[in-house]
Design a binder for this molecule. Structure first.
Ligand code: SF4
Length: 449
Protein backbone atom coordinates (compact mmCIF):
# COMPACT_ATOMS: atom_id res chain seq x y z
CA UNK A 1 0.00 0.00 0.00
CA UNK A 2 1.43 3.42 -0.95
CA UNK A 3 2.16 5.99 1.71
CA UNK A 4 0.18 9.19 1.34
CA UNK A 5 2.74 11.96 1.82
CA UNK A 6 1.04 15.32 1.69
CA UNK A 7 3.06 18.40 0.76
CA UNK A 8 3.04 19.38 4.43
CA UNK A 9 4.46 16.12 5.77
CA UNK A 10 7.28 16.05 3.20
CA UNK A 11 8.88 19.32 4.29
CA UNK A 12 11.71 19.01 6.81
CA UNK A 13 12.72 22.26 8.50
CA UNK A 14 15.40 23.20 11.02
CA UNK A 15 13.96 26.07 13.05
CA UNK A 16 16.35 28.07 15.27
CA UNK A 17 15.04 28.60 18.79
CA UNK A 18 16.02 28.14 22.42
CA UNK A 19 15.46 25.17 24.67
CA UNK A 20 12.69 25.89 27.16
CA UNK A 21 13.38 23.14 29.69
CA UNK A 22 15.52 25.17 32.09
CA UNK A 23 16.88 28.64 32.74
CA UNK A 24 20.10 28.19 30.73
CA UNK A 25 18.40 28.94 27.42
CA UNK A 26 20.65 26.77 25.22
CA UNK A 27 20.41 27.38 21.48
CA UNK A 28 19.08 24.68 19.18
CA UNK A 29 17.48 23.99 15.85
CA UNK A 30 14.29 21.98 16.20
CA UNK A 31 13.96 19.68 13.22
CA UNK A 32 10.33 19.29 12.19
CA UNK A 33 8.54 17.36 9.52
CA UNK A 34 5.18 18.91 8.86
CA UNK A 35 3.66 19.45 12.28
CA UNK A 36 5.76 16.92 14.16
CA UNK A 37 9.15 17.38 15.89
CA UNK A 38 11.82 14.94 14.66
CA UNK A 39 14.63 15.99 16.99
CA UNK A 40 17.06 18.76 17.74
CA UNK A 41 20.47 19.96 16.58
CA UNK A 42 22.61 22.12 18.90
CA UNK A 43 23.60 25.54 17.55
CA UNK A 44 27.40 25.49 17.49
CA UNK A 45 27.93 29.25 17.70
CA UNK A 46 25.20 29.96 20.25
CA UNK A 47 26.69 32.34 22.87
CA UNK A 48 25.43 30.34 25.86
CA UNK A 49 25.63 26.70 24.89
CA UNK A 50 28.22 26.70 22.04
CA UNK A 51 26.98 23.36 20.73
CA UNK A 52 26.11 21.82 24.09
CA UNK A 53 22.75 20.42 25.21
CA UNK A 54 21.86 18.35 28.26
CA UNK A 55 19.83 15.12 28.18
CA UNK A 56 16.57 17.05 28.54
CA UNK A 57 17.38 19.32 25.63
CA UNK A 58 18.29 16.35 23.45
CA UNK A 59 15.32 14.17 24.27
CA UNK A 60 12.26 16.09 25.34
CA UNK A 61 11.34 17.67 22.04
CA UNK A 62 10.41 14.28 20.59
CA UNK A 63 7.75 13.88 23.29
CA UNK A 64 6.16 17.29 23.12
CA UNK A 65 2.91 15.95 21.75
CA UNK A 66 1.75 14.85 25.20
CA UNK A 67 -1.54 13.00 25.48
CA UNK A 68 -2.34 15.02 28.55
CA UNK A 69 -3.10 18.34 26.87
CA UNK A 70 -6.06 20.58 27.57
CA UNK A 71 -7.43 20.94 24.06
CA UNK A 72 -10.68 22.88 24.48
CA UNK A 73 -12.30 25.25 26.98
CA UNK A 74 -14.12 23.31 29.68
CA UNK A 75 -16.66 24.00 32.40
CA UNK A 76 -16.35 21.76 35.47
CA UNK A 77 -19.27 21.01 37.74
CA UNK A 78 -18.25 18.49 40.38
CA UNK A 79 -17.26 15.38 38.46
CA UNK A 80 -19.03 16.60 35.33
CA UNK A 81 -16.76 18.20 32.74
CA UNK A 82 -18.27 19.82 29.65
CA UNK A 83 -16.32 21.07 26.65
CA UNK A 84 -17.69 24.41 25.49
CA UNK A 85 -16.91 27.11 22.94
CA UNK A 86 -14.45 29.89 23.76
CA UNK A 87 -17.32 32.38 23.72
CA UNK A 88 -19.32 30.43 26.28
CA UNK A 89 -16.28 29.85 28.50
CA UNK A 90 -15.09 33.46 28.45
CA UNK A 91 -18.64 34.76 29.01
CA UNK A 92 -18.83 32.55 32.08
CA UNK A 93 -15.39 33.65 33.35
CA UNK A 94 -16.32 37.33 32.87
CA UNK A 95 -19.68 36.83 34.61
CA UNK A 96 -18.09 35.18 37.66
CA UNK A 97 -15.28 37.73 37.91
CA UNK A 98 -17.78 40.61 37.61
CA UNK A 99 -19.91 39.10 40.37
CA UNK A 100 -16.88 38.72 42.66
CA UNK A 101 -15.71 42.27 41.94
CA UNK A 102 -19.18 43.68 42.62
CA UNK A 103 -19.73 41.66 45.78
CA UNK A 104 -16.28 41.66 47.39
CA UNK A 105 -14.09 44.14 45.50
CA UNK A 106 -10.83 43.67 43.55
CA UNK A 107 -8.90 42.39 46.55
CA UNK A 108 -11.06 39.25 46.55
CA UNK A 109 -9.26 38.08 43.41
CA UNK A 110 -5.71 36.75 43.07
CA UNK A 111 -3.70 36.17 39.89
CA UNK A 112 -0.91 33.60 39.51
CA UNK A 113 1.71 33.97 36.76
CA UNK A 114 4.49 31.55 35.96
CA UNK A 115 8.16 31.16 35.05
CA UNK A 116 6.88 28.80 32.34
CA UNK A 117 5.27 31.70 30.46
CA UNK A 118 7.08 34.09 28.13
CA UNK A 119 8.08 37.59 29.18
CA UNK A 120 5.29 38.99 27.03
CA UNK A 121 2.65 36.79 28.67
CA UNK A 122 3.82 37.58 32.20
CA UNK A 123 4.00 41.31 31.48
CA UNK A 124 0.50 41.27 30.02
CA UNK A 125 -0.79 39.28 32.98
CA UNK A 126 0.63 41.85 35.34
CA UNK A 127 -1.09 44.65 33.37
CA UNK A 128 -4.35 42.67 33.29
CA UNK A 129 -4.30 42.13 37.06
CA UNK A 130 -3.41 45.69 37.95
CA UNK A 131 -5.37 47.71 35.39
CA UNK A 132 -8.34 45.52 34.40
CA UNK A 133 -9.03 43.64 37.65
CA UNK A 134 -7.42 46.40 39.75
CA UNK A 135 -5.88 43.88 42.10
CA UNK A 136 -2.29 43.84 43.32
CA UNK A 137 -2.66 40.24 44.48
CA UNK A 138 -0.24 38.85 41.93
CA UNK A 139 2.35 36.16 42.51
CA UNK A 140 3.56 32.74 41.37
CA UNK A 141 4.25 29.38 42.94
CA UNK A 142 7.91 30.18 42.28
CA UNK A 143 7.60 32.13 45.53
CA UNK A 144 8.26 28.75 47.20
CA UNK A 145 11.40 28.16 45.16
CA UNK A 146 13.40 30.25 42.72
CA UNK A 147 11.84 33.63 43.49
CA UNK A 148 13.33 33.49 47.00
CA UNK A 149 16.79 33.42 45.45
CA UNK A 150 15.97 36.37 43.19
CA UNK A 151 14.59 38.33 46.12
CA UNK A 152 17.76 37.58 48.10
CA UNK A 153 20.00 38.66 45.21
CA UNK A 154 18.04 41.88 44.83
CA UNK A 155 18.58 42.66 48.51
CA UNK A 156 22.26 41.71 48.63
CA UNK A 157 23.12 43.43 45.36
CA UNK A 158 21.16 46.62 45.89
CA UNK A 159 24.68 48.07 45.97
CA UNK A 160 26.80 47.53 42.84
CA UNK A 161 28.70 44.54 44.24
CA UNK A 162 28.93 41.57 41.96
CA UNK A 163 26.44 40.63 39.27
CA UNK A 164 24.97 37.78 37.27
CA UNK A 165 27.72 35.96 35.40
CA UNK A 166 27.97 34.77 31.80
CA UNK A 167 28.05 30.99 31.42
CA UNK A 168 30.63 31.22 28.64
CA UNK A 169 32.98 33.10 31.02
CA UNK A 170 32.92 30.38 33.70
CA UNK A 171 36.17 28.74 32.54
CA UNK A 172 37.94 32.08 33.15
CA UNK A 173 36.94 32.24 36.84
CA UNK A 174 39.93 31.89 39.21
CA UNK A 175 37.68 29.93 41.60
CA UNK A 176 34.14 28.57 41.49
CA UNK A 177 31.95 27.59 44.44
CA UNK A 178 29.32 25.02 43.42
CA UNK A 179 26.47 24.72 45.90
CA UNK A 180 25.11 21.18 45.49
CA UNK A 181 26.41 18.78 42.90
CA UNK A 182 23.04 18.75 41.09
CA UNK A 183 23.87 22.27 39.85
CA UNK A 184 26.42 20.69 37.51
CA UNK A 185 24.78 17.31 36.96
CA UNK A 186 21.34 18.65 35.98
CA UNK A 187 22.65 21.65 34.04
CA UNK A 188 25.39 19.94 32.11
CA UNK A 189 26.22 22.81 29.70
CA UNK A 190 27.19 24.72 32.88
CA UNK A 191 28.94 21.65 34.31
CA UNK A 192 30.90 21.28 31.10
CA UNK A 193 32.20 24.88 31.43
CA UNK A 194 33.19 24.23 35.05
CA UNK A 195 35.20 21.17 34.04
CA UNK A 196 36.75 23.18 31.22
CA UNK A 197 37.78 25.71 33.89
CA UNK A 198 39.24 22.98 36.11
CA UNK A 199 41.34 21.74 33.19
CA UNK A 200 42.63 25.29 32.74
CA UNK A 201 43.51 25.70 36.44
CA UNK A 202 40.31 27.05 38.03
CA UNK A 203 39.85 26.01 41.67
CA UNK A 204 36.47 24.30 42.08
CA UNK A 205 34.89 23.93 45.53
CA UNK A 206 31.78 21.83 46.12
CA UNK A 207 29.42 22.48 49.04
CA UNK A 208 27.06 19.52 49.34
CA UNK A 209 26.19 17.53 52.46
CA UNK A 210 24.83 14.60 50.43
CA UNK A 211 27.91 13.80 48.35
CA UNK A 212 30.23 11.14 49.78
CA UNK A 213 32.79 10.82 47.00
CA UNK A 214 33.64 13.93 45.01
CA UNK A 215 34.50 13.91 41.36
CA UNK A 216 38.16 14.47 40.62
CA UNK A 217 37.88 18.05 39.35
CA UNK A 218 36.84 19.41 42.74
CA UNK A 219 39.70 20.92 44.76
CA UNK A 220 37.73 20.87 48.01
CA UNK A 221 34.51 19.33 49.29
CA UNK A 222 32.61 21.12 52.05
CA UNK A 223 29.91 18.77 53.37
CA UNK A 224 27.53 21.61 54.23
CA UNK A 225 24.30 23.04 52.88
CA UNK A 226 23.80 26.69 51.96
CA UNK A 227 22.37 27.50 55.42
CA UNK A 228 25.59 26.41 57.10
CA UNK A 229 28.06 27.86 54.63
CA UNK A 230 27.90 31.38 56.03
CA UNK A 231 29.31 30.15 59.37
CA UNK A 232 31.98 28.19 57.56
CA UNK A 233 33.40 31.18 55.74
CA UNK A 234 33.73 32.91 59.12
CA UNK A 235 36.17 30.20 60.23
CA UNK A 236 39.74 30.65 59.07
CA UNK A 237 40.50 26.94 59.53
CA UNK A 238 37.66 25.55 57.36
CA UNK A 239 39.09 26.64 54.02
CA UNK A 240 42.79 26.09 53.22
CA UNK A 241 44.57 29.45 52.70
CA UNK A 242 45.56 28.69 49.09
CA UNK A 243 41.90 28.11 48.18
CA UNK A 244 40.63 31.06 50.18
CA UNK A 245 43.26 33.19 48.42
CA UNK A 246 41.80 32.28 45.02
CA UNK A 247 38.43 33.67 46.08
CA UNK A 248 40.12 37.01 46.79
CA UNK A 249 40.63 37.46 43.05
CA UNK A 250 38.04 39.26 40.88
CA UNK A 251 35.46 37.35 38.81
CA UNK A 252 35.16 34.25 40.98
CA UNK A 253 31.81 32.49 40.61
CA UNK A 254 29.08 31.00 42.78
CA UNK A 255 26.72 28.49 41.15
CA UNK A 256 23.56 27.24 42.85
CA UNK A 257 20.09 25.97 41.99
CA UNK A 258 17.77 28.88 42.74
CA UNK A 259 14.75 26.55 43.08
CA UNK A 260 16.35 24.99 46.16
CA UNK A 261 16.95 28.25 48.01
CA UNK A 262 14.52 28.26 50.93
CA UNK A 263 14.24 30.63 52.66
CA UNK A 264 15.68 33.74 51.00
CA UNK A 265 17.44 34.48 54.28
CA UNK A 266 19.75 31.48 53.84
CA UNK A 267 21.16 32.93 50.62
CA UNK A 268 21.26 36.46 52.02
CA UNK A 269 23.14 35.22 55.10
CA UNK A 270 25.60 33.23 53.02
CA UNK A 271 26.32 35.93 50.41
CA UNK A 272 26.60 38.64 53.04
CA UNK A 273 29.03 36.59 55.14
CA UNK A 274 30.96 35.49 52.07
CA UNK A 275 31.27 39.01 50.67
CA UNK A 276 32.33 40.37 54.06
CA UNK A 277 35.23 37.92 54.09
CA UNK A 278 36.47 39.00 50.69
CA UNK A 279 38.66 41.99 49.83
CA UNK A 280 37.33 44.57 47.35
CA UNK A 281 38.65 42.57 44.37
CA UNK A 282 36.89 39.38 45.50
CA UNK A 283 33.57 41.19 45.90
CA UNK A 284 33.31 41.31 42.10
CA UNK A 285 31.68 37.91 42.37
CA UNK A 286 29.68 36.39 39.49
CA UNK A 287 26.45 34.70 40.51
CA UNK A 288 24.72 31.87 38.61
CA UNK A 289 21.19 31.22 39.98
CA UNK A 290 20.22 28.18 37.86
CA UNK A 291 16.60 27.09 37.68
CA UNK A 292 14.58 24.25 36.22
CA UNK A 293 11.99 26.87 35.24
CA UNK A 294 12.84 28.36 31.86
CA UNK A 295 11.83 31.93 32.58
CA UNK A 296 12.35 32.41 36.31
CA UNK A 297 14.23 35.64 35.86
CA UNK A 298 11.82 36.96 33.22
CA UNK A 299 8.69 36.32 35.31
CA UNK A 300 10.29 38.21 38.20
CA UNK A 301 11.39 41.10 35.98
CA UNK A 302 7.94 41.33 34.34
CA UNK A 303 6.37 41.96 37.73
CA UNK A 304 4.90 38.61 38.73
CA UNK A 305 5.01 39.59 42.39
CA UNK A 306 2.60 41.42 44.69
CA UNK A 307 2.07 45.11 43.93
CA UNK A 308 1.63 47.75 46.61
CA UNK A 309 -0.50 46.31 49.45
CA UNK A 310 -1.00 43.20 47.33
CA UNK A 311 -0.93 39.71 48.79
CA UNK A 312 1.76 37.12 48.20
CA UNK A 313 0.67 33.59 47.36
CA UNK A 314 1.16 32.57 51.02
CA UNK A 315 -1.07 35.43 52.14
CA UNK A 316 -3.69 34.69 49.48
CA UNK A 317 -3.91 31.11 50.76
CA UNK A 318 -3.67 31.86 54.49
CA UNK A 319 -6.62 30.69 56.65
CA UNK A 320 -7.80 34.27 57.24
CA UNK A 321 -7.47 35.30 53.57
CA UNK A 322 -10.50 36.95 51.95
CA UNK A 323 -9.55 35.71 48.48
CA UNK A 324 -12.60 34.24 46.72
CA UNK A 325 -11.29 33.71 43.22
CA UNK A 326 -7.90 32.65 41.89
CA UNK A 327 -6.89 32.92 38.23
CA UNK A 328 -3.93 30.62 37.53
CA UNK A 329 -1.91 30.87 34.33
CA UNK A 330 0.58 28.18 33.28
CA UNK A 331 1.24 26.86 36.77
CA UNK A 332 0.40 23.59 38.51
CA UNK A 333 0.06 25.53 41.74
CA UNK A 334 -1.14 22.73 44.02
CA UNK A 335 1.99 20.63 43.48
CA UNK A 336 4.14 23.50 44.78
CA UNK A 337 2.17 24.40 47.89
CA UNK A 338 4.01 23.66 51.14
CA UNK A 339 1.00 22.87 53.35
CA UNK A 340 -2.18 20.82 53.26
CA UNK A 341 -4.10 23.86 54.55
CA UNK A 342 -3.09 25.86 51.47
CA UNK A 343 -4.14 23.02 49.18
CA UNK A 344 -7.53 22.85 50.90
CA UNK A 345 -7.91 26.60 50.47
CA UNK A 346 -7.38 26.26 46.72
CA UNK A 347 -9.84 23.37 46.50
CA UNK A 348 -12.51 25.37 48.33
CA UNK A 349 -12.26 28.67 46.49
CA UNK A 350 -15.49 30.09 45.14
CA UNK A 351 -13.85 30.37 41.75
CA UNK A 352 -10.74 28.70 40.34
CA UNK A 353 -9.76 29.43 36.74
CA UNK A 354 -6.89 27.40 35.28
CA UNK A 355 -5.39 28.51 31.98
CA UNK A 356 -2.76 25.95 31.08
CA UNK A 357 -1.37 23.49 28.55
CA UNK A 358 -1.82 20.26 30.47
CA UNK A 359 -4.32 18.56 32.72
CA UNK A 360 -2.68 18.94 36.11
CA UNK A 361 -3.38 18.30 39.75
CA UNK A 362 -4.55 21.91 39.98
CA UNK A 363 -6.81 21.77 36.91
CA UNK A 364 -8.73 18.89 38.55
CA UNK A 365 -10.18 21.39 41.00
CA UNK A 366 -10.83 24.20 38.51
CA UNK A 367 -14.31 25.50 37.75
CA UNK A 368 -13.20 26.52 34.28
CA UNK A 369 -10.11 25.43 32.30
CA UNK A 370 -8.85 27.16 29.17
CA UNK A 371 -6.16 25.74 26.82
CA UNK A 372 -2.86 27.53 26.22
CA UNK A 373 -0.33 26.68 23.49
CA UNK A 374 2.97 25.03 24.51
CA UNK A 375 6.06 27.23 24.61
CA UNK A 376 7.16 25.32 21.50
CA UNK A 377 3.94 26.49 19.84
CA UNK A 378 4.39 30.12 20.92
CA UNK A 379 6.32 33.20 19.93
CA UNK A 380 7.89 35.27 22.67
CA UNK A 381 11.02 35.98 24.64
CA UNK A 382 12.54 34.42 27.74
CA UNK A 383 15.27 35.65 30.05
CA UNK A 384 17.93 33.14 31.02
CA UNK A 385 19.83 32.84 34.30
CA UNK A 386 22.44 35.33 33.03
CA UNK A 387 19.70 37.92 32.43
CA UNK A 388 20.02 37.43 28.65
CA UNK A 389 16.78 37.98 26.71
CA UNK A 390 16.30 35.52 23.85
CA UNK A 391 13.68 34.84 21.22
CA UNK A 392 11.58 31.71 21.46
CA UNK A 393 10.15 30.72 18.10
CA UNK A 394 7.08 28.59 17.44
CA UNK A 395 8.33 25.28 16.08
CA UNK A 396 5.01 23.44 16.19
CA UNK A 397 1.51 24.49 15.25
CA UNK A 398 -0.89 24.76 18.22
CA UNK A 399 -3.04 21.77 19.04
CA UNK A 400 -6.76 21.70 19.66
CA UNK A 401 -8.33 25.10 20.22
CA UNK A 402 -5.58 26.62 22.36
CA UNK A 403 -5.25 30.40 22.14
CA UNK A 404 -2.42 32.74 23.02
CA UNK A 405 -2.66 34.51 26.35
CA UNK A 406 -2.82 37.81 24.50
CA UNK A 407 -6.01 36.71 22.76
CA UNK A 408 -7.52 35.29 25.96
CA UNK A 409 -6.80 38.31 28.15
CA UNK A 410 -7.73 40.75 25.38
CA UNK A 411 -11.16 39.18 24.94
CA UNK A 412 -11.71 38.82 28.66
CA UNK A 413 -10.85 42.49 29.21
CA UNK A 414 -13.48 43.47 26.61
CA UNK A 415 -16.08 41.27 28.28
CA UNK A 416 -15.26 43.00 31.57
CA UNK A 417 -16.02 46.35 29.93
CA UNK A 418 -12.43 47.48 29.47
CA UNK A 419 -9.54 46.86 27.10
CA UNK A 420 -5.84 46.05 27.24
CA UNK A 421 -3.54 48.87 26.16
CA UNK A 422 -1.72 46.63 23.62
CA UNK A 423 -3.21 44.85 20.65
CA UNK A 424 -0.10 43.20 19.18
CA UNK A 425 3.10 41.50 20.33
CA UNK A 426 5.00 44.36 18.77
CA UNK A 427 3.22 46.99 20.89
CA UNK A 428 3.66 44.81 23.95
CA UNK A 429 7.42 44.51 23.38
CA UNK A 430 7.71 48.24 22.88
CA UNK A 431 6.08 48.69 26.29
CA UNK A 432 8.38 46.13 27.93
CA UNK A 433 11.44 47.72 26.31
CA UNK A 434 10.57 51.17 27.57
CA UNK A 435 9.32 50.30 31.07
CA UNK A 436 11.45 47.37 32.32
CA UNK A 437 15.11 48.24 32.96
CA UNK A 438 17.50 46.12 30.92
CA UNK A 439 14.87 45.05 28.38
CA UNK A 440 15.54 47.57 25.60
CA UNK A 441 17.11 44.62 23.76
CA UNK A 442 13.64 43.14 23.30
CA UNK A 443 12.99 45.66 20.53
CA UNK A 444 16.17 44.65 18.72
CA UNK A 445 15.19 40.97 18.92
CA UNK A 446 11.88 41.90 17.38
CA UNK A 447 13.58 43.85 14.60
CA UNK A 448 15.98 41.00 13.84
CA UNK A 449 12.99 38.82 13.14
S1 SF4 B 1 20.72 22.86 30.06
FE1 SF4 B 1 18.59 23.57 30.11
S2 SF4 B 1 18.35 24.89 28.31
FE2 SF4 B 1 20.22 23.64 28.02
S3 SF4 B 1 19.55 21.85 26.89
FE3 SF4 B 1 19.43 21.32 29.06
S4 SF4 B 1 17.33 21.78 29.67
FE4 SF4 B 1 17.72 22.81 27.73
Amino acid sequence: MGINLTAETKVIKNIPTICSFCSNGCGMFVRTKGKEPLGVIPIINHPISEGRLCHRGWNRFQNLRSLNRILRPRLHDGNQVKEVSWTEALNKVAEIISNLLNAFGPQSIGVIGSPCLTNEDNFLLSIFAKTILKTNNLDGSYRFGGAMALEALERVYSSPLGSLGLISDLPNSPAILVVENSALRDFSPVGSRVIQGAIGGTTIVLADPMVRHCEHFYSLHLPYSLENLSHLFDEESAIPPEIRGKFNLPNCSVIFVADQVRPALSLIAFLTAFLEQLPASGKLLKIFPLSRSPNLRGAWDMGVKPGKYGLSISEMLAPESKIKGLLIFGDDLITHLPSAAMIEKVKNLEFLLVVDRFNTETSRFAHITLPLPLLAESEGTMTNCEGRVQMLRPVLSPRGESRSLMEVLGELALKLGSSLPYSSLSELRDAIGTTIPGYQIINELKNLD
